[in-house]
Design a protein around this ligand. Structure first.
Ligand code: FAD
Ligand code: NAP
Length: 338
């Protein structure tokens, strides 16, 4: 078992800050997990890392980084309506989306170009442009660190919510390692083009195919979002806050430009756009110790000039405070801090 010591994580997370881990183990196959946990009693000091596109390290990681590199996918079932594909956790998410589009499988195209691994996709139920990955997941296979066995957890037991699942619960972070995900894609032509930016695109086109949608999503994303290879970042730093209808009405009276998306008529709740709240605090492009609020999308914090993880965290705390002082709305972090 090749365990590396005092290894730099700089190239293993998209904020690209200089930070070390005490131990580093690359998982090439899911069976490595059984071996690893037989030999090492480390149930409290490990972190499963995918492509590191949703994490921020603020200090040396004192423990074992288990780097998920088990790739590959396999079609397990297909008929004239659907196709079920088992994807190993270390497979790149966007390569899988590309595979679906190239094979005329519908459902994943709005989630094009989201960084990270397929194994991390269920963790925060990745979403974009009105689509969420929970709608494609049949089940996840996990290694249960407590019982040291592999298990299947079906979709209904994953407790998927907006940017959340059981895999995000603190008690499960040290328990479940996702080793593969079973997805079901549709073979029937159907698109989800209700989301603002895609609606305009759909209105302008007579005929649309899967590749058009993927290309458009990629085009929009590239025009607004910083590419981590060029400007290190971890995507949206905060979740979009949800407030009551009454709070939304009060806020709108004071700030008529405020965007609010009704979640459901019964619950009478509204989702606000966190990026707009930050922008209205005048923080777009605000810089602090090498970190900065992105100048095109204020929900993203970037490592502009050799910022430390601690500086990025401090900037995010400042942003949170300013938003609370102005709107009375508490922002909750989406990025995982270690
Ligand atoms: P990591 O960052 O390595 O890990 C994230 C968390 O998941 C960690 O707590 C880790 O322990 C856990 N984890 C990872 N793999 C596993 C596993 N196999 N088993 C158990 N736990 C695991 N997210 C969206 O939802 N929508 C977007 O549109 C979006 N856009 C983004 C754009 C940019 C530019 C960037 C940088 C990020 C964006 N993100 C988005 C966030 C990120 O891409 C997703 O959260 C992604 O799923 C993270 O994958 P990863 O492999 O990098 O996970
Ligand atoms: P955008 O299109 O400028 O929209 C701003 C915000 O308004 C988004 O957060 C979005 O919420 C919300 N919104 C817009 N139209 C909506 C509609 N018709 N119905 C409900 N909500 C609507 O956002 P963007 O920054 O360019 O991002 C585009 C998409 O990519 C979004 O879905 C966003 O979540 C996703 N994205 C996520 C990350 C991440 O790290 N999590 C990073 C980049 C982009 P939602 O976020 O809930 O969709």
């Amino acid at each position: 078992m090749n365990i590396e010591k005092n290894k730099s994580l700089k190239n293993y997370h998209t904020f690209r800050t200089e930070v070390e881990t005490s131990f580093f183990f690359k998982l090439e196959r899911k069976e490595d997990l059984t071996l690893f946990f037989e030999d090492n009693d480390i149930s409290t000091s490990f972190l499963l890392l995918g492509e590191g596109s949703n994490v921020l390290f603020t200090k040396k990681f004192e423990g074992y980084i288990l780097y998920m590199a088990a790739k590959g996918l396999e079609v397990l079932y297909e008929d004239e309506n659907v196709c079920r594909i088992k994807v190993n956790a270390g497979e790149n998410w966007d390569d899988f989306v590309k595979y679906c589009v190239e094979n005329n499988l519908y459902g994943a195209e709005n989630l094009s170009l989201i960084p990270g691994t397929a194994g991390a996709a269920p963790v925060q139920n990745i979403g974009a442009y009105g689509a969420e990955v929970k709608n494609l997941i049949v089940s996840t296979e996990v290694f249960d660190v407590k019982e040291k066995i592999f298990k299947e957890i079906d979709n209904q037991h994953c407790a998927f919510e907006y940017r959340s699942s059981i895999f995000k619960y603190p008690e499960n972070k040290k328990r479940y390692i996702i080793t593969s995900v079973l997805f079901e894609l549709s073979k029937k032509r159907s698109f989800n083009l209700e989301y603002g930016a895609l609606k305009n695109f759909a209105a302008e086109r007579k005929h649309i195919n899967l590749e058009d949608v993927r290309d458009e999503v990629i085009r929009i994303r590239k025009s607004k979002l910083p590419v981590p290879e060029e400007v290190p970042n971890a995507g949206s730093f905060f979740k979009n806050p949800v407030v009551s209808e009454r709070s939304f009405q009060n806020l709108s009276a004071a700030y008529p430009e405020l965007k609010g998306f009704p979640l459901s008529a019964e619950e009478k709740e509204y989702k606000l756009a966190a990026g707009q709240l930050i922008d209205l605090c005048g923080l777009k492009a605000y810089e602090y110790k090498g970190a900065a609020v992105h100048d095109k999308q204020a929900l993203v914090i970037v490592n502009k000039n050799n910022a430390s993880g601690q500086a990025i965290l401090e900037l995010s705390e400042y942003v949170k405070k300013q938003v609370f002082n102005k709107f009375g709305v508490k922002l909750v972090r989406e990025v995982n801090i270690y």
